[in-house]
Design a protein around this ligand. Structure first.
Ligand code: WT7
Length: 641
């Protein structure tokens, strides 16, 4: 029989095998997750697998466990105590390796210090640190005593830091004097000092000495990390934590100006990511695992800290810029530590593609077995380059789709269970237990080959519990677009064979080099500048970054357009949001294209910024008619010139 005439499931037997596992996991969802939960060590077994009071899920209620125990203590019971937990490499070439026993001691000392400062179960602790071992240590120390950490990406400005600290009402901030980036010192403590002027909840600031430059230390409030742990105890029993107690709050951008505090549970979250990382990365005892993300994002929480450490793997943590001092820094690190699993973003791959394959060629990358991609859709060219020049045509690429909200990977190839045939640019299929689908405008299953919206139809253990202090917004944002389905905000298409193709955001969220930024958030920053009356921000396609920021701004009476003003506005965005928010282009305009109801027609602006026609298809995101849009486009084209 010709292979073409075989039914798909027989032609691709790995897909059939995957489908069998998958179908069972969806049909017997609770039983399936209960089996996964048994793979962790619990102090007390759960009373029930799931309490589902839509859209609020409680996974494994009554179960007691501790994240720090699972990531550290558990490995001290056997030879792993002498295994390297963290290989750290500073940007300037410094090295530090921490065994699981050393990690245990440091985590306990900091946990003891935090307790002495009065940090209790349920208190929030803000972490604003560079990529140094103290960041995972601080997360684990906080979790050990039942406190809730909120990591704030160290590239964020003092204003963004203050907003997040205030929302969580954190008692303690753990930071460093500074960090290195491209050979320069980023003065973190100065940024914290600035934020502290408006953060009344903060009682103590613990400061790691990293760079050693002169900083301000306020008597009674600021304490050196190395001093506080010197007098600390080296053993603090891990507090048994109820499964639904929050492990952390992590802020992410949405479609309104205010960042959302994503709350993740302890039990459900840990069970979920423990399983995911086995399936997707096939973590083995000898794995050396390197995820290049910053711990400040969810990728870092799940893929650098919690999942690999629960599995007792050795992780690599690198402090600095990817191409510093030369474009082969990453490849050098892979060779040096014999990295087996490498996980990065399409933006980074595209950047290295530009530098050329001679850079990776200088290094022996034969230790690699699996490559991962995350953060935005990966274009087939970048996929193929990664496969060929980094993976030596030997390593499968796991294109992993997920979100801060989902806690862990949702759609991805899974070599740990059985690899399906890969298609460059497709994240393939949902992982077991994940009831993902693509639906049309009305919430009905979309026709294969047609773009629709990605939704999740059943709760999963890694899902966010709520938005911090805002359950209404949680309902509204994720569960109101389609009844009884979690709305991801992403466009997606399923092909004839059921493969998922992620097609970018369907809402007003931008992905700048994989960083998530809301247009409204950026717009409110722009209009907070005294010269600006009104603004619209859009994303424009970019070869390396995926998208870049373009600002259209209306000036206030008395101000006139100038290059200095543009420069000032750039600086203002960097200062109020952070360096990731630096706009590529700024246009001063006399008006903005709007619908009759006053909504900005972003399609018009997007078309103008990219020099492309607006197109004929009816828009999914704007409420304007095609005619209206075209008229606005023509009219606007003249203004902008
Ligand atoms: C958004 C979530 C959790 C990972 C880091 C980003 C986009 C993420 C992929 C992928 C296509 C992707 C989506 C998603 N995204 N991974 N493999 N293919 N798009 O987390 O900042 O919460 O952003 O990133 O648009 O909704 P995040």
């Amino acid at each position: 029989m010709q292979s073409e005439s075989l039914p798909i499931e027989l032609k691709y037997w790995p897909i059939k095998r995957y489908m069998d596992i998958y179908r069972h996991s969806i049909d017997e969802m609770e039983e399936f997750w209960e089996n996964e939960a048994r793979k962790l060590e619990w102090f007390r077994t759960w009373d029930r697998v799931l309490d589902w009071d839509p859209p609020f899920a409680k996974w494994f209620p009554g179960g007691m466990l501790n994240a720090s125990y699972l990531c550290v203590d558990r490995h001290l019971k056997n030879w792993r105590r002498n295994k390297v937990a963290i290989y750290w490499e500073g940007e300037n070439g410094e090295e530090r390796a921490l065994s699981y026993s050393q990690l245990y001691r440091e985590v306990n000392q900091l946990a003891s210090a935090l307790k002495k400062l009065g940090v209790k179960d349920g208190d929030r602790v803000a972490l604003y640190l560079p990529m140094i071992p103290e960041l995972p240590i601080a997360m684990l120390a906080t979790a050990r005593i039942g406190a809730i950490h909120t990591v704030i990406f160290s590239g964020f400005s003092s204003m963004a830091l203050a907003d997040r600290v205030n929302d969580t009402e954190a008692k303690v901030i753990i930071t460093a004097d500074g960090g290195y980036r491209r050979g320069k010192i980023i003065r973190l403590k100065e940024i914290v000092d600035e934020a502290l002027k408006k953060t009344p909840s903060v009682e103590k600031v613990i400061v790691v000495k990293r760079t050693g430059h002169e900083i301000n230390m306020q008597e009674g409030r600021d304490i050196w990390y190395h001093e506080i742990i010197r007098d600390a105890e080296t053993e603090v029993p891990p507090l048994p934590i109820e499964s639904t107690h929050p492990l952390y709050i992590l802020y992410t951008s949405g479609t309104t100006g205010k960042p959302k505090g994503i709350v993740h549970s302890t039990g459900g979250y840990l069970v979920f990511i423990h399983s995911m990382y086995k399936w997707v990365f096939d973590i083995q005892e000898e794995s050396v695992y390197w995820c290049t993300a910053d711990v400040g994002w969810v990728t870092g929480h799940s893929s650098i800290v919690y999942a690999p450490l629960m599995h007792g793997a050795s992780i690599v943590v690198y402090e600095g810029a990817p191409d510093y001092p030369k474009p082969d820094r990453w490849w050098e690190i892979i060779e040096k530590y014999k990295v087996t699993i490498f996980y990065t973003s399409p933006t980074a791959i595209r950047m290295f593609m530009k530098y050329g394959e001679e850079w990776p060629k200088k290094h022996d990358l034969s230790s690699l077995t699996i490559l991962g991609s995350v953060g935005e859709p990966i274009n087939p060219e970048a996929w193929l380059w990664y496969f060929k020049h980094i993976g030596g045509e030997r390593c499968p690429i796991v294109d992993t789709w997920w979100q801060t909200e989902t806690g862990g990977i949702m759609i991805s190839p899974a070599p740990g269970i059985g690899l399906v045939p890969l298609k460059p640019g497709s994240a393939t299929f949902p992982l077991p237990g994940i009831d993902a689908d693509v639906v049309d405008e009305k919430g009905n299953p979309a026709t294969p080959g047609v773009r629709g919206y990605l939704v999740i139809k059943k709760p999963w253990p890694g899902m966010l519990m709520t938005l911090y202090k805002d359950p209404e917004r949680y309902k509204q944002t994720y569960w109101s677009r389609f009844p009884n389905m979690y709305y991801t905000g992403d466009y997606c298409m399923k092909d004839e064979e059921g493969y998922f193709w992620l097609l970018g955001r369907a809402d007003e969220v931008l992905k700048i080099a994989g960083h998530r930024l809301g247009t409204t958030e950026l717009e409110s920053s722009v209009v907070s500048h005294p010269a600006i009356a009104e603004a619209a921000v859009i994303g424009k396609p970019h070869e390396i970054k995926g998208e870049t920021i373009v600002v259209f701004a209306i000036l206030r009476e008395g101000y006139s357009p100038s290059d200095e003003l543009k420069k000032e506005l750039r600086g203002h965005l960097r200062k109020t949001v952070g360096p990731v928010a630096t706009p590529e282009e700024i246009y001063f305009v006399s008006k903005l294209p709007k619908t009759r109801s006053g909504k900005i027609m972003r399609r018009v602006l997007k078309a103008l910024a990219s020099g492309k026609p607006v197109g004929d298809t009816t828009t999914l995101e704007d409420e304007a008619s095609v005619e209206e849009i075209k008229r606005a486009y023509e009219e606007f084209k003249k203004i902008i010139k």
